[in-house]
Write a new protein. Structure first.
Length: 92
């Protein structure tokens, strides 16, 4: 493997792990199952695919255009990071 292939592989693994953390399938599964408990199996499968597609579209949209949206609203990346950091509850 050359350096470009290793770089592409590393990027792919990092992107997959990032998406896995964002989507949190183990955490979302009980909520989804609770919401669709009264639906038929066909409807549950259809809703699962619909939810996955909507998640993909939203994540793709904001990964491509999020920086432009922040620039349009005059929000710096540092301000956004500071806000997100301040939203984490402290352990003390």
């Amino acid at each position: 493997m050359n350096a470009i292939e290793v770089g592409a592989l590393t990027f792919s693994i990092q992107a997959f792990v990032t998406l896995l953390v964002i989507l949190d399938p183990p955490g979302a599964t009980p909520i989804f199952l609770g919401l669709v408990a009264d639906k038929s199996k066909k409807e549950r499968v259809q809703l699962a695919w619909q939810a996955a597609l909507v998640s993909l579209v939203v994540i793709t949209f904001f990964s491509l255009f999020g920086r432009f949206i922040l620039e349009y609203m005059n929000v710096s990346m540092e301000a956004l990071q500071g806000y997100c950091f301040s939203m984490y509850p402290s352990n003390s």
